[in-house]
Ligand binder design. Structure first.
Ligand code: SF4
Length: 65
């Protein structure tokens, strides 16, 4: 099943980790917080998204299996 992800905006502190490590999936919003730019995570980026979620300092990246 395709993996989906989203960001809890209230938790994001705009550190830039996810947008730097997986720019194909995460980009900046106008409010200086990250957001998800794909409907589904490409299979080849699945592990990278998992790592970003694990490394996000505020656990703002939610994996929606
Ligand atoms: S890693 Fe987490 S806190 Fe940093 S920009 Fe991404 S969602 Fe926001």
């Amino acid at each position: 099943m395709a993996k989906k992800t989203h960001i809890e905006k209230d938790l994001c502190i705009g550190c830039g980790l996810c947008t730097a490590t997986v720019p194909e999936v995460f980009d900046w919003d106008d409010d200086g917080k990250a957001h998800v730019i794909v409907d589904e995570v490409p299979a080849n980026l699945s592990d990278a998204v998992d790592s970003a979620a694990a490394d996000c300092p505020t656990q703002a990246i939610i994996i929606d299996e």
